[in-house]
Design a binder for this molecule. Structure first.
Ligand code: SAH
Length: 215
């Protein structure tokens, strides 16, 4: 039986399809995650609007569904992949990734956001995600290399330590630009080479850390 939230998720998928998004594996993963539980209570009924980013506290936002879909698709997540996410935020992107990958390591610099995300993911029974509070501009070398790295905050440039943590054939999706406006880049590691593609303009909160922006 489809409850009201299920219905909203179905409609979200229809809207994404109608606007040309066709990655079925990602759409299926989006259908399985109750996004309304990742936003502040007052925003629940708007949680499935595809083009809305929502404040989650500490000056941070949960990305628009359309952006989550695009980044997840660009990262070409496979069932055996170990994935690193920089910027846990609400934990929503991590939950989507967890439905597709073998394991998700996610890093957040604000302890309070990490705590809330952890509680949500645990209560949803999401067991293949590990959250750590630290500066993600240096990645999480101990758990690498990764099949995919997704950075959900805007970087002034691509942190080289992140590139080093990509597996051969691994993909990194990262917004790069100035503090308020970036372009979304996809970098694929192929042997010793890095192939870069630009997916177009993006607006993310700043990546703050040693190899990112200053506070
Ligand atoms: N992926 C999140 C959206 C994150 S918003 C979601 O699905 O809800 C970007 C997040 O990156 C914010 O929570 C911010 O605190 C975090 N962040 C910024 N710089 C960081 C850094 N150097 N290391 C870890 N997290 C960082």
């Amino acid at each position: 039986m489809a409850d009201g939230w299920e219905y909203r998720r179905q409609r979200m998928v229809v809207q994404l399809r109608e606007s040309g998004f066709s990655d079925e594996a990602v759409l299926e993963a989006l259908l399985r995650v109750p996004r309304h539980l990742f936003v502040p209570e007052g925003y629940r009924t708007r949680a499935y609007e595809t083009d809305l980013s929502i404040n989650i506290g500490q000056g941070q936002t949960i990305s628009q569904i359309r952006v989550v879909a695009m980044m997840t698709s660009a990262a070409q997540i496979g069932a055996e992949d170990r994935v690193l996410e920089i910027g846990t935020g609400s934990g929503y992107q991590a939950a989507v990734l967890a439905g597709m990958a073998r394991f998700v390591f996610t890093v957040e610099r604000h302890p309070s956001l990490a705590r809330t995300a952890q509680a949500r993911l645990s209560s949803l029974g999401c067991q293949n995600v590990s959250i750590k509070v630290m500066d993600g501009t240096m990645g999480w070398p101990a758990q690498g290399p990764y099949g995919a790295i997704i950075v959900t905050a805007g970087a002034p440039e691509i942190p080289s330590m992140l590139l080093e943590q990509l597996d051969d054939g691994g993909r990194m999706v990262i917004p790069v630009g100035d503090r308020s406006k970036q372009s979304l880049r996809v970098i694929r590691k192929s042997g010793k080479r890095y192939l870069e593609e630009n997916l177009g303009p993006a607006h993310f909160v700043p990546l703050v850390g040693r190899f990112g922006w200053k506070e």
